[in-house]
Design a protein around this ligand. Structure first.
Ligand code: A3P
Ligand code: MG
Ligand code: MG
Length: 387
């Protein structure tokens, strides 16, 4: 749907700001067509070290170990080395893409979309999202869509200055990861020195990431995302990947419904990287681990079917497919009067839908800051595309 003020004329911006909207999907709609999603294949993996610097090694790969029950997830809170929240740039993913290309690891040239797994999770789960909207920056270069999350200065400030309670709860998730992981397939000697299993040394700068290729409908995608650990051994593929999650202990039907709703995000987060297993640590409000339960990712849709908190993954895939077709249509039809590639802003508003508009010069500067970039893509990556 195009707005009446749409105008691809030759004026310099503004008012040369094309925009379009895509209506919110109706949840009551009967889904008829099914959109295929290809099983993800890993292209490569990489690690972030203690300084959150990227390296093409598996130094941050962790193995699953059983957590001690009744563990306190508050342990180590005061020693938490916390990664600062920054704008979710694509740079390390683009380094990975560049490396795959140079190694001749598949026809990356045909890739229709490059982004982080979390971005696609946000897009696919939008039909069920009732509270949180999001903004993204998009560039469409030589047939490939690049998507990054757009955080306003206020939002970034909020994330870096969350209140104490929220901060504690966030820590519980990381503490659970630490209880459940070891740098060897069995808990090591050093870990064993600590009576409750680990040293209380959470450093969220350290991450292990997998980069996969997959396909949604007719769009080939390269996605990158953090993987919490592997079970038993690392095969170089996604088949032993494990996602770790915490959630409040379920005490009755309303809790169960809330948990079922939450499973939608757990599902897509894991599904998109081909992670077959999710281990949930249930905790008390004050951070005491009570039980763990293992879920097979592919069984989650059937588990919630017919329940109060039910969701339909096919509806999400269908919506995702319409969303990508909409983007490709709008961005592909735009012809700049010069050779410049614009940055687009996509905005999702719960219960309304999605809108897209081109960013003017001030908007782009707001996104890029003073960095050496073309749009939001790093200059070096842009130069490689030009080669
Ligand atoms: P839980 O999901 O167990 O609460 P991930 O599960 O994606 O590996 O992330 C690990 C932890 O990071 C989460 O643990 C949570 O504490 C924190 N986290 C991840 N995404 C978050 C978000 N959008 N807001 C706040 N905390 C988040
Ligand atoms: Mg994680
Ligand atoms: Mg996790």
């Amino acid at each position: 749907k195009r707005k009446p003020n749409d105008d691809n004329g030759d004026d310099k911006n503004p008012p040369n700001t094309p925009s379009a909207t895509l209506d919110y999907p109706s949840l009551s709609r009967v889904t008829s067509k099914s959109v295929p999603f290809q099983q993800p294949t890993q292209l490569l993996s990489f690690s972030y070290d203690e300084n959150h610097e990227m390296e093409f090694t598996d130094s941050a790969l962790r193995y699953y170990v059983e957590p001690p029950l009744n563990a306190s997830l508050k342990y180590g809170y005061n020693h938490w080395k916390r990664k600062a929240d920054t704008r979710g740039r694509l740079d390390s993913l683009l380094h990975a893409v560049s490396r795959v290309k140079k190694q001749g690891g598949g026809p990356v040239g045909e890739i229709g979309l490059v982004t982080w797994r979390g971005i696609i999770t946000k897009i696919l789960t939008a039909p069920y999202e009732e509270r949180e909207g999001w903004d993204m920056n998009v560039m469409y270069v030589k047939g490939t869509l690049y998507l990054e999350e757009h955080l306003s200065d206020e939002r970034l400030h909020e994330k870096n200055n969350m209140d104490e309670k929220h901060r504690q709860q966030t820590y519980y998730g990381y503490a659970f990861e630490s209880y459940c992981t070891s740098d060897k397939p069995v808990r090591g000697q050093t870990d064993a020195c600590h009576p409750i299993g680990w040293g209380g040394d959470v450093d969220t700068n350290v991450q292990w990431c997998s980069v996969v290729r997959t396909k949604l409908g007719d769009t080939r995608m390269v996605l990158g995302g953090e993987v919490d650990c592997v079970r038993g051994k690392y095969t170089g593929q996604t088949d032993t990947f494990v996602e770790l999650k915490t959630s409040l202990t379920i005490r009755g039907p309303p809790d169960a419904a809330r948990f079922e709703k939450k499973l939608l995000k757990f599902y897509f987060q894991s599904f998109l990287l081909g992670v077959p297993e999710i281990v949930v640590g249930f905790r008390t409000p004050s951070g005491q681990l009570t039980t763990t339960q293992t879920f097979k990712t592919i069984q989650l849709p059937r588990l919630v079917r017919g329940k109060p908190g039910a969701w339909d993954p096919q509806l999400c895939l269908e919506w995702g497919h319409s969303f990508l077709s909409f983007l490709k249509g709008e961005l592909g039809n735009w012809k700049a009067h010069d050779e410049t590639v614009p940055v687009w802003r996509v905005r999702f508003v719960p219960r309304k839908g999605v809108s897209v508009e081109i960013l003017d010069q001030a908007g782009v500067e707001d996104v890029v800051g003073g960095e050496d970039r073309v749009g939001f893509l790093p200059k070096w990556f842009w130069d490689e595309l030009e080669e």
